[in-house]
Design a protein. Sequence first.
Length: 198
Amino acid sequence: MRQLCYFFLLSFAIGLGACSNDAPPQAAAVRQRDSLPLMTSYGISKLISDSGVVRYKIMTEEWRVFDRTSPPRNEFLKGVFLERYDAKFNVDLYITADTAYWYDQKLWELRGRVRVRNLQDGTTYTSQQLYWDNEKHEFYSNVPMHIVTPDRDLQGDRFRSDEQLTRYEVRRTRGFIPMPSSMSSSSSATPDTTNTAQ
């Protein structure tokens, strides 16, 4: 009888050992992947080419890639710093923002303390939101903005510009621009070409 009890206990112990395995538990497959990133990377510094030539550098603390959204997007929720290079690989433009979204690798949406600086002429643009269309090569925004050039200081509510910030349109403008000497008052005692109009 005692041997029979040992036999049952031994059989029970072997059965328990056979049932356990070291494989990690598995959950059901995720069917709606549009809310999950394909990739999340940290501490990124990446060069991006355009037509085989290095044109941009992206630096960010966190980069998330979503391939199942419509359109596909890249998220930079912890801020982004972009550099643009000219034909001689000199930096000619800086862009910073607290948050950025890059849709289908064609359209940037920059949010929160957006700053664009053209190093060729010193023009600086600031706002809380800016779109950058890589196909049309233009910036645009529909929120209050501020642009400072070597000879102008403008604020407005709508903005559209080329990528160099040299040809731009500002709506509902307020600020200072130089007035041509031909438009200055003929009664002024001394001609001044640096008069400003408000």
